[in-house]
Design a protein around this ligand. Structure first.
Ligand code: AMP
Length: 584
């Protein structure tokens, strides 16, 4: 039986899961951690670095690293790292490839199939891009699976005895998703999904950076342009401070110099938790409209939700828990780790597809998270006005689904209709996203009103097929609309696979050492002169050992360096950043 892995390709962190002894487990990476930061870098030797080492490297060399690229999936955006340019699909492909390697090392055989999760609110372009990223990494992608559904699946497996309605509140690094889910004996059904593509933990960090800069008389956007090193280091500190404020009453950040280093008199700014909460109020307020929309679409009131489950690292903020408690009048569940629950659910879904015997009794149904339709004209007296939207599949319809609408020619002897396919909720098409076009030709000559049936079929991966049939002749044309969507062609995917193989990599067993080096380099700039000298001595010796390739001295100097870093950089212990089962 082929192993299928479940992957949470997160904005901030990613994780890979499989079913082992009838339960989903997370597979550790080369550092022994189950969360791999979704950061990619090209180091000064033009070698690829991924994960924690890349996140450390990014603080010192933001121009050679990319992160938060999940937000760019399906767009034309490109990142230039060193002298190379990468698409979001390629960057995500590198993360997926690194998880694939981890799974192969763990399992001891090759792994070629995957279920990859996406926010429910991802549109067609973004889903297709995610599928391409999987292919670039060398996977056959069995399913693109919605993150909240995965989370519900993980909770559903934990305790599926009682019938209940859940609301999944997923506030990740860059996206916010809400889903209403019904759990019954042996079945999980998503009733509705809503979300906001640009809201997540990152926005809280950025809002904090903006406040800190503001207090120093600086403007965020201007500082970002003129002093990127200052902003990148401050961002790193604010990220730590934000996390610390989830468990402490106050946190401090140091204001770097424009070149990103610190002077002895660099000001230290203390942030109180209450102050932080107050500052974040405007960001937090943005969670409510999607919650209302999801409830409205499911035809439920807040009080009819039995349990709220929290997903995504940003739900660790006490202010988020408090807001959720206020909205639903009850505290949310948190017995599964919010960083891991999506990957675990993806692992279960992968097991279901692979027909893992222990999972066979579970049925999962999902919904189309947005409305799909075509452009239509309206008649105003003698005139036609175009630009109106005719929904064919309404949002939150259970998928897979297939729906037909009949349209007609507008004029006598009109031989062709150009169907423009859109996704979105706007009354006019200009407010929606154009997915593609389909030309229906050879319509018989005749008066206006020659009929064409337009069928939309939406499958489990969220891929839309449009088929048009000329009623009089039964002639059909059809098209997988996502193929029309912006995205990579099969040739471009092959090119990306080939160019990824050309990238030089650090050997896997070198992962820990690379991470130590990057972390030490980042800390170097933050230390006062005396400690800096101490670090230089250990770092030099470590680098010499690495160059000589002498295992014994690499291990010895590596431990000495790790000890030094833990002493002077305690905030960066695995438990505090990235990994999960700390004191939450
Ligand atoms: P995800 O995409 O689910 O990995 O979410 C990661 C986001 O959660 C990032 O924006 C983190 O800053 C945020 N996050 C993780 N842990 C904490 C914490 N303890 N307190 C506040 N935010 C956190």
């Amino acid at each position: 039986m082929d192993t299928i892995v479940g992957i949470d390709l997160g904005t901030t962190n990613s994780a890979v899961s499989i079913i082992e002894n009838d339960k989903p487990i997370l597979i550790p990476n080369a550092l022994g951690e189950v969360l791999t930061p979704s950061v990619v870098g090209i180091d000064l030797h033009n070698k690829l670095i991924v994960g924690r080492a890349a996140r450390e490297f990014q603080v010192v060399h933001p121009e050679r690293c990319a992160s938060v690229f999940k937000r760019r999936m399906g767009s034309d955006w490109k990142a230039t790292l060193g002298d190379r340019t990468f698409t979001p699909e390629e960057l995500s492909g590198m993360i997926l490839k690194s998880l694939k390697d981890d799974a192969e090392v763990y399992l001891g055989h090759s792994v070629n199939r995957a279920v990859i999760t996406v926010p429910a609110y991802f549109n067609e372009h973004q889903r297709k891009a995610t599928m391409h990223a999987g292919q670039i990494a060398g996977f056959r992608v069995d399913r693109i699976f919605n993150e909240p559904t995965a989370a519900a699946l993980a909770y559903g497996k934990v305790d599926s005895h009682t019938e209940r309605t859940l609301l999944v509140f997923d506030l990740g690094g860059g996206t916010f998703d809400v889903s209403v889910v019904e759990i019954m004996e042996g079945a999980i059904e998503v009733k509705s999904s809503a979300g906001e593509g640009f809201l997540g933990g990152e926005d809280f960090t950025r809002a904090l950076v903006a406040k800190v800069l503001d207090g120093q008389g600086m403007h965020f956007e201007k500082a970002e342009l003129k002093m990127p090193l200052l902003v990148s280091r401050l961002m790193n500190q604010c990220e730590d401070a934000k996390r610390l404020l989830s468990k402490e009453e106050s946190a401090t950040v140091r204001m770097p110099k424009p070149d990103g280093t610190f002077a002895d008199d660099s000001p230290t700014i203390t942030i109180a938790r209450s102050e932080f909460h107050h500052w974040m109020d405007h960001v937090l307020a943005r969670v409510e409209p999607p919650v209302r929309r999801a409830l409205g679409d499911a035809g439920l009131k807040r009080t009819q939700i039995d349990e709220v489950i929290l997903v995504g690292g940003a739900t660790r903020m006490p202010s988020v828990v408090q807001r959720v408690t206020e909205i639903f009048d009850k505290p949310p569940l948190n017995n599964l780790n919010p960083d891991e629950v999506v990957a675990l659910g993806a692992g279960i879904q992968a097991g279901l597809i692979a027909r893992n015997a222990s999972l066979e009794d579970l049925v999962v149904t999902d919904v189309a998270p947005f409305t799909l339709g075509i452009e239509t004209c309206k008649r105003f007296g003698m005139n036609h006005r175009d630009g109106y939207y005719m929904p064919i599949i309404n949002r939150n319809t259970t998928i897979p689904t297939s729906r037909v609408e009949r349209v007609g020619t507008l004029y006598a002897n009109q031989r062709e209709i150009l169907l423009k396919v859109f996704q979105g909720e706007g009354r006019r098409v200009e407010d929606n996203i154009l997915l593609g076009e389909l030309a229906v030709k050879d319509i018989p000559i005749g008066p206006a009103g020659q009929e064409v049936d337009v069928r939309f079929t939406y499958d489990l991966n969220g891929v839309l097929e449009v088929e048009a049939t000329v009623v009089a002749t039964r002639k059909k044309v059809s098209r997988i609309v996502t193929k029309l969507a912006k995205g990579l062609t099969p040739e471009q995917i092959q090119e990306a696979v080939a160019s990824m193989q050309l990238l030089k990599l650090h050997p896997r067993e070198d992962g820990k050492n690379q991470f130590l080096l990057r972390r030490a380099e980042r800390l170097y700039a933050e230390l006062p002169p005396h400690e800096r000298l101490m670090l230089t001595d250990i770092l030099d010796a470590f680098e010499r050992a690495l160059e000589a390739g002498d295992r014994e001295s690499i291990d010895g100097m590596g431990s000495a360096l790790a000890e030094f870093l833990d002493q002077f950089d305690p905030g960066l212990n695995p438990g505090d950043r990235g990994t999960s089962d700390d004191d939450w």
